[in-house]
Design a protein. Structure first.
Length: 527
């Protein structure tokens, strides 16, 4: 019989009488890091000035060619993703300009004909607009009106009695593109749509999002609490058995915990499922590299084989587990999370640029990289030196390693995390710079491979906000007063409970069978 690490520790957790806290009490940023805070702001203002000059109102700037991209609806994704960061940095004049533009956007029809992702649009526009409304001191109700305008179109993705929406919408016909979705897309609507219900006084938005996430959480899974990646909204059943904390699954697990905090355990299904997922991960997915003893969460494939793989996307898990460990007052989870954070940071420390790659792999104590290409001689040599090897060498301005680094600083107060953030800023300035802004990188271990002509909208929302907040007053936007959506848009949270134990139990295992339809798997989100 498997002994749960949670059940073993439940008796050891002493509920706080004043509400659980996440951040280290009395935390302050030493004065010597003021220049790094200014440097983070400079990254933002330089990037946004280029966006204003060459791409204002478009989704993204191509910072090498000075062209534009409109693959996210054409409504100004970079602008809405930047709004909250402007307010966090005190750039009020820029914010007012962004509000004035957004107030006149027609979200009923994309200016560039294209299908619209429910997930991508929710985390940017619904989440970003509501967060900006809160951060502005509730001064601009037009932001809620626009968030509602977007959500009213996205709501057509729920068809008939389906609990789970299709992820892709044709806004012209108000009809979805029928196909499978993934659990990240199904479960990453909770915070945004529930917040919209609060401000519109219309419970329907939150009910739709919660219905979708709960439909996933209540199905039988290959491992307790660990839902597989692909699900079919038409049948409400899983379409594979692949388990990962990486892209396509990541923010489903992220939101189980965050929604429990945001709603203060109104429904304990969320925290109980998250606890169960973590417990199963510790027993089955938590691995150590044979070189360096680095911790990571492996994947489990459709055949039940462990794949010793990692990704920049998956590295959010360290910060998520830190948050959960603090809310549950579970030191075991906190300690593991800090180890996972070290493993993710090592992917930055091991490259020539000091920037981490898109994907990587390990040699685990129970075998090599399972189910993928054989390791090459060059990869083996790199692994022997660094304890991981690179399988996807690009850097596309992802935030997750810096996100977890931010959480580690706020939880522990160890200034090594400030030093790491400062190092990332230096690397970005050295290797991502174009004549006008900052681009993505072809090969983090070979700067001569050149730049990718993209500046992602989440560069504004996530990377630069997490960097700035790392050096900002910890009480300004605190982990004890806000819950961040997966696009790093902070939402005001209620005062914390003194315990987030939920039911005090784990979700029992049920017999699992994947209902494989053979449909193409949905693309993993670029976020």
């Amino acid at each position: 019989m498997r002994v749960s690490c949670f059940l073993a520790l439940l008796g050891a957790a002493v509920p706080s009488l004043a509400g659980v806290t996440v951040q280290k009490p009395g935390l302050k940023v030493p004065a010597k890091y003021a220049a790094d805070k200014a440097a983070a702001e400079k990254l933002f203002t330089t990037s946004y000035a280029a966006y204003q000059k060459f791409a204002f109102g478009h989704d993204e700037l191509h910072p090498v060619s000075e062209g534009v991209g409109d693959d996210l609806g054409g409504w100004g994704a970079s602008l809405v993703d930047a709004m909250g960061t402007m307010l966090v940095m005190g750039l009020d004049e820029l914010f007012v300009g962004a509000v004035n533009f957004t107030a006149h956007v027609n979200f009923n029809v994309p200016p560039v004909p294209q299908d619209i992702s429910v997930f991508e649009t929710t985390i940017r526009w619904v989440g970003g607009l509501i967060s900006a409304y809160e951060l502005s001191g509730f001064k601009y109700p037009i932001l809620i009106e626009k968030a509602k305008e977007v959500a009213d179109k996205l709501a057509f993705a729920w068809v008939g009695n389906n609990s789970i929406p299709f992820n892709t919408m044709d806004f012209t016909t108000n009809s979805p593109v029928v196909g499978t979705t993934n659990i990240a897309q199904a479960g990453t609507l909770l915070l945004e749509w529930t917040a919209l219900s609060t401000y519109t006084r219309n419970a329907t938005y939150g009910e739709l999002a919660q219905k979708s996430a709960l439909a996933v959480a209540k199905l039988a899974t290959p491992l307790p609490g660990l839902a597989p990646q692909v699900i079919d909204p038409a049948t409400g059943q899983f379409d594979d058995a692949y388990i990962t904390w990486g892209g396509g699954s990541d923010s489903y697990f992220e939101y189980l915990l965050k929604f429990a905090r945001y709603t203060n355990n109104k429904d304990t299904t969320y925290i109980d499922t998250w606890k169960t997922a973590v417990d199963s991960s510790i027993h089955t997915l938590l691995k150590k590299s044979t070189v360096g003893n680095w911790s990571y969460l492996a994947d489990q494939d459709d055949q039940g084989l462990i794949r010793h793989v990692g990704s920049h996307l998956a590295c959010f898990y360290a910060g998520n587990w830190l948050l959960g460990g603090k809310l549950l007052q579970n030191q075991t989870i906190i300690n593991i999370a800090l180890d996972l954070n070290e493993g993710c940071w090592n992917t930055y420390a091991g490259t020539a640029t000091g920037i981490g790659p898109e994907t990587f792999a390990f040699v685990g104590t129970d075998g090599n990289f399972t189910g993928g290409d054989p390791i090459t001689a060059d990869q083996q040599a790199f692994y022997n030196k660094h304890g991981y090897y690179i399988t996807g060498s690009d850097y596309i301005q992802r935030p997750e390693v810096l996100e977890s680094n931010f959480h580690a600083w706020r939880v522990t107060g160890d200034t090594k995390y400030l030093d790491r953030a400062a190092g990332a800023i230096a690397s970005f300035n050295k290797y991502l710079t174009t004549t006008v802004a900052f681009a993505c990188l072809n090969d983090v271990n070979d700067p001569s491979a050149g730049l990718i002509d993209d500046m992602e909208s989440f560069w504004f929302a996530e990377v630069l906000k997490y960097l700035y907040l790392t050096f900002d007053d910890p009480n300004h936007i605190s982990l004890d007063t806000h819950v961040w959506n997966t696009e790093c848009h902070p939402l005001i949270a209620p005062p914390a409970l003194n315990s987030y134990a939920g039911s005090g139990k784990l979700i029992p295992q049920k017999p699992f069978v994947a209902h494989v339809t053979g449909q193409p798997r949905p693309a993993v989100s670029p976020i």
